[in-house]
Design a protein around this ligand. Structure first.
Ligand SMILES: *Cc1c(COP(=O)(O)O)cnc(C)c1O
Length: 245
């Protein structure tokens, strides 16, 4: 096949190694910004990937996993409950109001809250025996119409709706900035997000999560205060294009 398959290539492409490499990138980026790497969590984004990949990452010590699709996420949560009991599940995809019940009952975190109606439904549907659902407000920082998220000027109103709800805990902000290799654009958008996060924190001092940074831009995100990077392809390899969110 001409593929350079040898011992070294094999070792470099295991999930455990790529996970360690992602952790190393986080450590380096934190150091570069004089931050404590322990203040930055790694969320492993396992969408479209099989349970065996999640189990491999779990065996290597990973505990936070992110899923984008309600049905796929629900299946994985249920199937992995006994083999990976310590997983903390994060929902990071767009959520329609008719599917809120699954997220309210199966997940620990929800990163993509951008409507009052969804917040109220999640609060109503969160089972009493579970701790409040941790939520982040998704901000559309680039203003691209194709992207979900509120505009920055809607932030405080949505935060004011969420804050009093007993079964939700407002943890912070999440964003998916413009996909670009242009460093200046990345910096500008991350800077705006950091400013918004500080504004939110001024009114709600308990918020502690700025969910931003992915495989290609985690260094810039960490330089601008990210506390949770969401890493998919750098750990699990490329996804099938048609399934990429
Ligand atoms: C897919 C996805 C990621 C991971 O993206 P990679 O570039 O593969 O690291 C992070 N966040 C969200 C919201 C995603 O949908």
């Amino acid at each position: 096949m001409g593929y350079p398959f040898n011992q070294k290539t094999y070792i470099m492409t295991t999930i455990a190694d790529r996970l360690a490499n992602a952790q190393q990138r986080i450590t380096q980026a934190a150091k570069f910004s004089s931050r404590d790497a322990n203040d930055i969590q790694l969320l492993a984004v396992s969408k479209t990937k099989p349970n065996s990949d999640i189990i491999a990452a779990y065996a290597a010590g990973q505990r936070l996993f992110g899923e984008n699709y309600v049905q796929e996420g629900e299946t994985k949560v249920k199937e992995l409950k006994s083999s990976c009991p310590e997983i903390q599940w994060h929902f990071i995809g767009p959520l329609q109001s008719n599917k809120t019940k699954v997220v309210a009952s199966q997940f620990d975190w929800m990163h993509t809250l951008c409507r009052d109606k969804i917040a109220l439904r999640l609060n109503d549907q969160r089972p009493d025996e579970l701790k409040p659902l941790n939520v982040c407000i998704q901000v559309n920082i680039s203003g691209e119409p194709s992207k979900s998220g509120i505009s920055p000027d809607e932030l405080m109103a949505l935060a004011d709706t969420i804050a009093p709800l007993p079964k939700l805990t407002l943890r912070g902000l999440m964003a998916i900035p413009t996909a670009t290799d242009d460093i200046q654009t990345q910096k500008d958008e991350f800077q705006q997000l950091q400013n918004l996060f500080l504004k939110l924190k001024a009114s709600y001092p308990d918020v502690d999560t700025l969910s931003m940074g992915m495989s290609n831009d985690l260094e810039q995100a960490i330089a601008h205060g990210s506390t949770m990077v969401r890493i998919g392809s750098a750990i699990f390899g490329q996804r099938e294009k048609s399934l990429t969110a």
